[in-house]
Design a protein around this ligand. Structure first.
Ligand code: ADP
Length: 405
């Protein structure tokens, strides 16, 4: 098993470039969903409901929804599959996985492991396809009456296309879509903890996760100290390079398009008055490598604060009041993760309740794990994955009434 884990991690680094250490972390994370849902399978309880008539008995059964089509992204090529497949198999569904064009190998490797683990043929199916074929394959999966459930992780734009397709046969859907995570640092925060959280939340996977911080909001009293320490930490702790080098913390971005988006956001911000504190350009290694970047004097008029960058860019907006920060944080049509640092208990409750997101990190920058519900509000999606709630996405509730007793 250890051999498999090491091999899977190497496949991930080879196909999406993330540092081997992060890939190893992903494999542990990926396996944790299979373990979690293997246990949850034993707790798919039904109910006995007190009936309204003497001669009746009422039961609730939970049944698998049926075939689940699973469409996944490249940024966690193994874990995004197991988070869905673990729940689906535990519920009793068979699955058809369509992995991202950039990362089909992890999905196929999981197929081999499924065979080794004794999963019967036909239960875990993989349909890799080219970029050109993606839309057509996606349409078949989302419109075929044999498929009962679509579970998708990816961009909001693609999610909307799949929702339209799924409407034709009224399929069950789970959607984990884009985020635009705010990371608020209040004056009362512990700056060093906030910097450590900022580094992890922003630069994990080179900024290519849907829960990565996309905009930093820092209160004016703590702003300069936070920026200075954050810049120092970026320069000292982040190393761009080949994912297979032990020292690398930042691999290449997934493709040229991703690099162009980061460049576009920086150019737009600088043209509107933002200052580059560190980074700001393609790395000297060339290709898809980009320097971890920190911008200050950022405003809400800039592109990088209006849409997901999905890259190693940290824009910092300075704010004065809590109400202002919450208003900026919530001025988005998506709401996946949000983070804030504060040591004021009343403020912690207020802000945690007010943030319009599905997941909140209070004094924590990394919050995903198998036992916690992952998902968003607004255009960040529908449904929850992982946790005791995740299995419900693959179960139907059937009410059975026994009459004439
Ligand atoms: P990203 O921008 O993160 O690559 P996408 O939403 O484009 O996000 O991709 C996520 C997944 O959705 C990938 O597996 C991709 O192949 C798939 N995908 C993209 N477009 C379509 C589509 N029209 N129909 C079905 N799947 C799609």
């Amino acid at each position: 098993m250890m051999e498999n884990k090491e091999e899977l991690a190497r496949i991930i680094t080879a196909e999406n470039g993330k540092p081997l250490k992060e890939a190893q972390g992903e494999i542990t994370y990926s396996a944790s969903f299979l373990e979690w849902f293997a246990e949850e399978a034993r707790r798919i309880y039904g109910d006995v409901i007190p009936a309204s008539a003497k001669d009746r008995r009422v039961l609730v059964l939970k049944q698998p929804v049926g075939v689940a089509a699973i469409i996944t992204p490249w940024n966690f090529p193994s874990a995004m599959i197991t988070r869905k497949v673990g729940a689906a198999l535990a519920a009793g569904c068979t699955v058809v996985v369509k992995p991202a064009e950039d990362t089909p190998l992890s999905a196929l490797a999981l197929g081999e492991l499924a065979n080794q683990a004794g999963i019967p043929a036909g239960v875990y199916n993989v349909v890799p396809c080219s970029r050109q074929q993606t839309a057509a394959v996606g349409e078949v999966l989302c419109t075929d009456p044999l498929v009962s459930k679509i579970s998708f992780t990816g961009s909001t734009a693609t999610g909307k296309i799949l929702l339209k397709h799924a409407a034709g046969t009224v399929k069950r859907v789970s959607m984990e879509l884009g985020g635009h995570a705010p990371f608020i640092v209040f004056d009362s925060a512990n700056v060093d903890r906030a910097v450590a959280g900022a580094l992890a939340s922003k630069y994990r996977n080179s900024g290519q996760t849907c829960v990565c911080t996309n905009r930093f909001l820092v209160q004016k009293g703590i702003h300069d100290e936070f920026v200075e320490k954050f810049a120092k930490a970026i320069d000292k702790e982040l190393h761009v390079g080949n994912g297979f080098d032990a020292k690398t913390t930042q691999g290449p971005l997934i493709n040229e398009k991703a690099v162009e988006k980061v460049e576009k956001h920086i150019k737009d911000a600088v043209s509107q008055g933002a200052s580059i504190v560190t980074g700001g350009k393609r790395h000297s290694l060339g290709k898809n490598f980009f320097e971890p970047t920190l911008l200050t004097n950022v405003t809400t008029k800039m592109l990088c604060t209006q849409e997901e960058t999905f890259g190693p860019l940290a824009p910092v907006i300075r704010f004065e009041t809590e109400a202002e920060a919450v208003a900026i944080a919530n001025a988005a049509n998506v709401g996946l993760a949000g983070y804030f640092y504060s040591q004021d208990p009343a403020q912690i409750w207020r802000v945690a309740e007010q943030l319009e997101v599905g997941m909140v990190g209070v004094n924590e920058g990394i919050i995903s794990s198998a036992e916690c519900p992952f998902g968003g509000v607004k255009e960040s999606g529908l449904g929850r994955e992982g946790s005791k709630y995740g299995i419900d996405e693959y179960l139907e509730i059937k009410y059975v009434c026994f009459g004439g007793l």
